[in-house]
Design a protein around this ligand. Structure first.
Ligand SMILES: Cc1cc2nc3c(=O)[nH]c(=O)nc-3n(C[C@H](O)[C@H](O)[C@H](O)COP(=O)(O)OP(=O)(O)OC[C@H]3O[C@@H](n4cnc5c(N)ncnc54)[C@H](O)[C@@H]3O)c2cc1C
Ligand code: FES
Length: 290
């Protein structure tokens, strides 16, 4: 029987526009992954390193969900079942702190929905009451909704009102707070969403885990590319600490993240990223089908 080469894409499925699910053969990742962890993928020898959350595992394979936002993620989304990825490092990062907290509110936005799925499942299995809020711009961009049927409550929010509450996950969060305050929150999605939900959690004094999608280079804590400023008040004294998302995270209590510098760092290579994308599109042509 022929053996499947490591890092082969076993299946690929389009979940929404420019958003794809892949199952990838890699026993090391599949056997060791815990909720909240990620891998770094290179599609080719000269390719950039792409950090992607592990969304599920099964036997020798693991699942990822990727949104094509720039050159590297487009390249990845153009790969097909049967093709082999150049290399994969992981699982990386600290796993989520799964425990029995009581009432847990889980918030996922956009492709962040895939990242919170294993965390929500593990929290449910640990005996928590799990309330889930999923958000997207419009109903056709909502992913994996059916896989949250284990939740004690599922709330959908769309910006245009095409499904569920008309509004953002922040509106859904406020409605849930009006019913009962949770003991702890997980919020994973675009940085402005994680910032907004963290501001509310801070007002109510509730811990909120966010998964920071920092720009990463080596993923080993050596290059400093993914650094984030954490600011805490302790006994009236402000304590500031630099942390590295790749080794100290990716999850941090969003109440203490310096969101202004984090969001600024996400934007810092915008011009270079745009140029790389334009050059790549000249090579590959129209990608509107993605
Ligand atoms: C721990 C971790 C887990 C992640 N998990 C997932 C996942 O499961 N699925 C997924 O689709 N993406 C995930 N990301 C984000 C993904 O790594 C980036 O979207 C990707 O590296 C962008 O590379 P690019 O060359 O395609 O785009 P670039 O050309 O680098 O950027 C294109 C655009 O995306 C923005 N951007 C760049 N990097 C990021 C980033 N890290 N996060 C958000 N926006 C960014 C840029 O500002 C720019 O506007 C994760 C990131 C981290 C750090
Ligand atoms: S990616 Fe280099 S320190 Fe985290």
């Amino acid at each position: 029987m022929s053996k499947i080469p490591k890092n082969t894409i076993l299946s690929k499925q389009r979940l929404a526009k420019a958003t794809y699910e892949f199952w990838i053969d890699n026993a090391l990742v599949a056997e060791n992954a815990k909720p909240g962890q990620f891998v770094i993928i290179r599609t080719s020898e000269k390719g950039e390193r792409i950090p992607i959350t592990i969304a599920d595992t099964q036997e020798n394979a693991f699942r990822i969900v990727v949104k094509a936002v720039g050159k590297s993620t487009i390249e990845l989304c153009m790969k097909n079942a049967g093709e082999q990825l150049y290399d994969i490092v992981g699982p990386l990062g600290k796993p989520s702190e799964i425990d029995c907290y009581g009432d847990v509110l889980i918030i996922g936005g956009g492709v962040g929905i895939a990242a919170i799925l294993p965390i929500a499942k593990a929290l449910k299995n640990a005996g928590n009451k799990v309330r889930v809020i999923l958000g997207a711009k419009t109903s056709t961009e909502l992913i994996l909704q059916d896989e949250f049927s284990f939740a004690d409550k599922l709330v959908i929010c769309t910006d245009d009102g095409s499904e569920g509450i008309k509004g953002t996950v922040v509106d859904g969060m406020m409605e849930e707070f009006n019913l009962e305050n949770p003991n702890v929150i997980w919020s994973v999605g675009p940085a402005p969403m994680m910032k907004a939900t963290s501001m509310i959690a801070a007002q109510y004094g509730i811990p909120i885990w966010v998964s920071l999608n920092a720009i990463m280079v080596d993923g080993t804590g050596m290059c400093g590319g993914c650094r984030v400023l954490i600011r805490k008040e302790e006994n009236g004294v402000t304590k500031e600490e630099i942390k590295y998302v790749c080794v100290d995270g990716p999850e941090f209590d969003g109440r203490y993240v310096d969101w202004e510098s984090f969001i600024r760092r996400l934007q810092q290579y915008k011009e270079e990223e745009q140029k790389a994308l334009e050059r790549f599109l000249e090579e590959v042509g129209d990608i509107s089908w993605l």
